[in-house]
Write a protein that binds this ligand. Structure first.
Ligand SMILES: Nc1nc2c(ncn2[C@@H]2O[C@H](COP(=O)(O)OP(=O)(O)OP(=O)(O)O)[C@@H](O)[C@H]2O)c(=O)[nH]1
Ligand SMILES: *[C@@H]1O[C@H](CO)[C@@H](O)[C@H](O)[C@H]1NC(C)=O
Ligand SMILES: *[C@@H]1O[C@H](CO)[C@@H](O)[C@H](O)[C@H]1NC(C)=O
Ligand SMILES: *[C@@H]1O[C@H](CO)[C@@H](O)[C@H](O)[C@H]1NC(C)=O
Ligand SMILES: [Mg+2]
Length: 342
C-alpha cells in the first residue's frame, strides 16, 4: 500500500514536471519571438510629402498619393501631365548615396524616357541620409537631367528605417500601374526592366491579377561577378542561401536581388502586411506573395558588383539570420499575420 502510494506520487510528479517544462518552453519560445518581432513604425506627417523641382529653378512640396486608398493622385491640381497615365514608378531606397546614385539615375532616366515617354516617375526614398542625398538628387534632376515637375520625387524619412522600411514606404505611395524597386548603386542594368514587364504581363493575364517579377542573379554564380567577391562575402552568401532554404523559400533561387517589379494589386496585397524593415525584407515579401498565391517569375538580369556597399558584413549578417528565423516563427505563431495590416 505504502509502496504503491509512493509510485503514484512519483508518476504524478514526473508528469507534472514534464507538462510544466513543456508549457514553459512554449511560452518562453513565444515570448522570445514576440519580443524579437517587428512592427514598422507609422510614417511621420512630413514623410507623407514629397519634394520635386518646379521646373523654374525652385522646389515644391506636395502630398504623396496613397496606393491603399486607391488614389493614383487623382487630385488634378496644377499638374499638366496626366497622373493616371503613369505606367511605371521606380522606387530607389537611398542611404548616403551621393557617391553612387547619379550613374543609376542616368541609366534609369535614359531607359525610361526612351521606352515610356512621360509615363514614368522616380521616387527617391532618402532614408535619413547624412550626406545630403535628397538635395543632391533634386539638384541633379534640375541641372543634369532637366526633368519636369513631379517626374523625380524625393521623400525624406526623418529617421533611418532600413532598406525594407524605405521600399515599403515608397511603393505604398506610387502613382504607376507598376512599381519597381531598384538599388541606388546601379548594380543591375536598368534596361532589363523591359524583361520584367514582359514577364509580369504574362502572369497577370487579361484580368490583371496580382503578379510579381523579380530580377535574378542565379545564372551568374559561376561568373566573375560573384567569384571575384571576397571569400567571406561568398561564404556569408551561401550561409544565407542555406538558411533561406531551411526557413521556407525553396522555389526561388535568388531572393535578395535589388530589382523587383509588382503590379498595383500585388503591392496592395503585399506591402501593407510587410513587417521587416531590415535587409531580409525581400524574403518576407516573397513569403507573403507565396502565402497569397501571387505568381512570381524569376527573370535573369545583368548585374555587376558596385563598390561602396552599405552593408556591415558582421552585424548585418547576424541580423539577417535572426530576422529570417523570426519571420518564419512569427508567421507560424500568428504573431505576424498576412490578413491584418501592420
Ligand atoms: N533605405 C535604406 N536603404 C539602404 C540602407 N542601406 C542601404 N540601402 C540601400 O539599399 C541598396 C543596396 O545597398 P548596397 O549597399 O548596394 O547593398 P549591397 O551590399 O550591394 O547588397 P546586395 O545588393 O544585396 O549585394 C542601395 O540602394 C542602398 O542605398 C538603409 O539603411 N536604408
Ligand atoms: C552615413 O553618413 C554618416 C555621416 O557621414 C555616417 O556617420 C554614417 O555612418 C553613414 N552610414 C553608412 C551606413 O554609411
Ligand atoms: C548642382 O549641380 C551642379 C551641376 O552638377 C553643380 O555645379 C552645383 O554645384 C550643384 N549645386 C549644389 C547645391 O549641389
Ligand atoms: C495589375 O496591374 C495591372 C497593370 O496594368 C493592372 O492593369 C491590373 O488592373 C492590376 N490588377 C489588379 C487586380 O488591379
Ligand atoms: Mg549593391
Amino acid at each position: 500500500m505504502a509502496f504503491n502510494d509512493f509510485k503514484q506520487l512519483q508518476n504524478v510528479d514526473l508528469k507534472g514536471f514534464l507538462t510544466t517544462a513543456a508549457i514553459g518552453l512554449i511560452v518562453s519560445g513565444y515570448l522570445i519571438i514576440y519580443l524579437l518581432s517587428h512592427t514598422p513604425r507609422l510614417p511621420f506627417d512630413e514623410e507623407l510629402e514629397y519634394q520635386t523641382i518646379d521646373g523654374k529653378g525652385g522646389l515644391v512640396k506636395k502630398r504623396l498619393p496613397n496606393v491603399c486608398r486607391g488614389d493614383s493622385n487623382k487630385n488634378k491640381s496644377n499638374n499638366d501631365n496626366n497622373d493616371e497615365d503613369i505606367l511605371l514608378s521606380v522606387v530607389v531606397p537611398s542611404y548616403n548615396e551621393t557617391k553612387r546614385i547619379s550613374h543609376m539615375l542616368a541609366d534609369a532616366i535614359a531607359v525610361l524616357q526612351k521606352e515610356m515617354a512621360h509615363r514614368w516617375e522616380i521616387i527617391i526614398v532618402d532614408d535619413g541620409s547624412k550626406d545630403g542625398t535628397s538635395e543632391y538628387c533634386l539638384n541633379l534632376s534640375e541641372k543634369v537631367f532637366q526633368l519636369q515637375e513631379g517626374q523625380l520625387r524625393v521623400v525624406k524619412l526623418s529617421q533611418n528605417r532600413g532598406k525594407g522600411g524605405a521600399v515599403r514606404h515608397g511603393l505604398l505611395h506610387i502613382r504607376g500601374k507598376y512599381g519597381l524597386f531598384a538599388d541606388a548603386d546601379g548594380a543591375s542594368q536598368f534596361n532589363d526592366v523591359s524583361k520584367l514587364i514582359e514577364s509580369i504581363k504574362q502572369l497577370e493575364g487579361p484580368q490583371g491579377k496580382p503578379a510579381v517579377a523579380i530580377g535574378s542573379r542565379s545564372h551568374m554564380v559561376n561568373t566573375d561577378a560573384v567569384v571575384k567577391r571576397s571569400f567571406i562575402r561568398n561564404l556569408l552568401m551561401y550561409g544565407l542561401h542555406t538558411l533561406v532554404f531551411v526557413f521556407g523559400i525553396r522555389s526561388i533561387k535568388d531572393t535578395q536581388c535589388g530589382f523587383k517589379l509588382f503590379n498595383r494589386s500585388a503591392i496592395e496585397s503585399i506591402f501593407p502586411y510587410l513587417h521587416t524593415e531590415g535587409w531580409i525584407f525581400d524574403v518576407e515579401i516573397l513569403m507573403l506573395a507565396l502565402r497569397k498565391k501571387i505568381p512570381i517569375s524569376e527573370v535573369a538580369i545583368s548585374w555587376h558588383e558596385v563598390d561602396g556597399s552599405k552593408m556591415d558584413l558582421a552585424r548585418d549578417s547576424i541580423n539577417m539570420a535572426k530576422d529570417l528565423v523570426v519571420i518564419r516563427m512569427a508567421y507560424i505563431l500568428r504573431i505576424y499575420r498576412d490578413d491584418k495590416e501592420c
